[in-house]
Design a protein around this ligand. Sequence first.
Ligand SMILES: NC(=O)C1=CN([C@@H]2O[C@H](COP(=O)(O)OP(=O)(O)OC[C@H]3O[C@@H](n4cnc5c(N)ncnc54)[C@H](OP(=O)(O)O)[C@@H]3O)[C@@H](O)[C@H]2O)C=CC1
Ligand SMILES: CC(=O)N[C@@H](CCC(=O)OP(=O)(O)O)C(=O)O
Length: 346
Amino acid sequence: MSKIKVGVIGASGFVGAELTGILLKHPEVEISGLSSINHVGKAISELYPAFTAQYDQKFEENDTVINRSDILFICLPHGESENLVKQCMDQNKKVVDVGADFRLKNLDVYKGWYGVDVEFPALHEQAVYGLPEMNREEIKRTKLVANPGCYSTSILLGLYPVISKKLVDPGSLIIDAKSGVTGAGKTLSEGTNFAVKNEGFNAYKVATHRHTPEIEEKLNLMGAGEIKVSFVPHLLPVNRGILSTMYVDILDGVDAKSIQPTYENWYEDEPFVTVLKAGKLPDISHVQHSNHCQIGLTIDERTNRLIIVSVIDNMQKGAAGQAVQNFNLMLGIDETKGLSMVAPSF
Ligand SMILES: NC(=O)C1=CN([C@@H]2O[C@H](COP(=O)(O)OP(=O)(O)OC[C@H]3O[C@@H](n4cnc5c(N)ncnc54)[C@H](OP(=O)(O)O)[C@@H]3O)[C@@H](O)[C@H]2O)C=CC1
Ligand SMILES: CC(=O)N[C@@H](CCC(=O)OP(=O)(O)O)C(=O)O
């Protein structure tokens, strides 16, 4: 069978490079081109020496890559992909957009939080939010997937069973999350400078992070109603990984002992989500470099609160891995193809 021609737009960035590494080993894929803005003509191995002697594809212009591909992964800063997605759709190509442009259905909320105007509202209607555990059947049918934000992925997976089953009070939800520095992309900044970040640990964008409306909108679709959540992200001095802790009140009358089996049943058949046994808690090192999410639960009997800890690798289940999972679904390929990576043992 002929392979699927896959182009990566923004392959010179962290997510684009991570995706290229996954796609190179995907048995159904032929990489039809890598694009960049500032590095056209350079080989990917010049920017990322890990590719040396394995893959020396040169970066090209966006148009060249789009014309040659059946499906595009778009890995650009938010606000930069809408026009390119329009171009791809007009040429009948499929797209997985890894940025934030198509994640929110409420476009006023999107404009308010991102400060970006929407030119093609119909495209936004067409986009399916690419959390396979939530929207698998719609993803299989769509031509345009909006890959979720990295924090949002870890948080929504952690909350999905208990929100859908209405076992907790969504209004009481507090979310505290920590990310490694690759979440900020490749551009150097004062906050991610090694001397500043190494040994440091700080909260940022407290109650103002752009994933807040994404989390609220998708929790609403899961059954939480129109809630407002408190979300505080932190920057960890590690390269990759997100650990999100969610605190939420258990509703009166709910048997707290039923929560662990509810989670286990909910995710029983999910290839990339594991609910740890009662009493076990996840660690980002157990999912780094893999597309897995691990969830650990604690019932705080003193406060009648459920405490959920969810971990992912921001580059994998939080971005490139999940994008390939969505690609597999869109193309009718086994969802796990190309995603068999296991975290290093130590
Ligand atoms: N890093 C992460 O963990 C996650 C990132 N994302 C999202 O994925 C997208 C890519 O992120 P990431 O790879 O980390 O970012 P990087 O900053 O590492 O890479 C950005 C890429 O976009 C290109 N680019 C930059 N500015 C423009 C522009 N004005 N027009 C067109 N292309 C441009 C760059 O090209 P060049 O090299 O030529 O400058 C580069 O290829 C973003 O939307 C990000 O928010 C989503 C989930 C997780
Ligand atoms: C550590 C860090 O800086 N992380 C990024 C989130 C990365 C991400 O998922 O961003 P998008 O929603 O734009 O795709 C941030 O907090 O903005």
